[in-house]
Design a protein around this ligand. Sequence first.
Ligand code: AMP
Length: 283
Amino acid sequence: MNVIESVAEMQRIALKAKGEGKRIALVPTMGYLHAGHASLMHEGRRRSDLLVTSIFVNPAQFGANEDLDKYPRDMERDMKIAREAGVDLIFAPQPVDMYPPEFQTWVDVERLSLPLCGASRPGHFRGVTTVVCKLFSIVQPTLALFGIKDYQQLAVIRRMTADLNLPVEIADMPIVREIDGLAMSSRNAYLSPENRIKALCLSRAIQSVLESYRGGERDVLVLDRNAREQIAAVKGAEIDYLEFRNGATLELQQQADDQTLLAMAIKIGTTRLIDNCILGEDR
Ligand code: AMP
């Protein structure tokens, strides 16, 4: 497994492989890999001849007061996890090579980027779509894999890929959780042991809403109260957003159905965690 820093070299290798008829799969990540990332890689391995994972903490998707500088990094460990998951190439460019001083072109998915994380983190999705579009252009994948953990990101990337006719299949993969239910995330590394326990309120809220939904409750006001109670029960947990929206359009819903998305961002101390579920889906 090789690590490539150079954008030009990565693109040269990709174009050559493509010319030889190889199927290239891409798993874009910000590194500090865990079993959630590895699940994407395993699926990518199964479905490609050349499996590339990018490790790039993308400055363009972080706001001014966010955690860009302290985002966890560990290249040695990442290389081990990627190698074990069958990755052929790690693409790890430098920010200045992805965004040289003269850089001025952005990809913006208008409506789907507005609510939820887009409202809490202005400019975030513009950074995501721009970097993913660049990665598609550099790595030339026929398949790119993303986690449902970042539900809105996946919706935005699907929209971009369709709107710009990018010749890439987008695959989505289920949320990988710790045994106690916490969705795996690189940001879980920020949690103190005490906050790690408090962080279980996210998956508890989801579980509680799912039970109520399966019991026949369809009124979003009731489901919403139910979820908020789970969060409120934990001292130091603060709701950034907790919303019920249509899983395809991301529009707000009053009546829940099988396609309804429950999405939340919760701050546990200073750590912001996200989680979600589709009410009609098994988990
Ligand atoms: P990140 O490094 O956080 O930008 O995530 C890279 C990719 O891994 C994204 O497509 C995420 O949705 C996906 N991912 C992150 N956490 C999980 C998880 N717990 N389960 C499945 N996929 C995940």
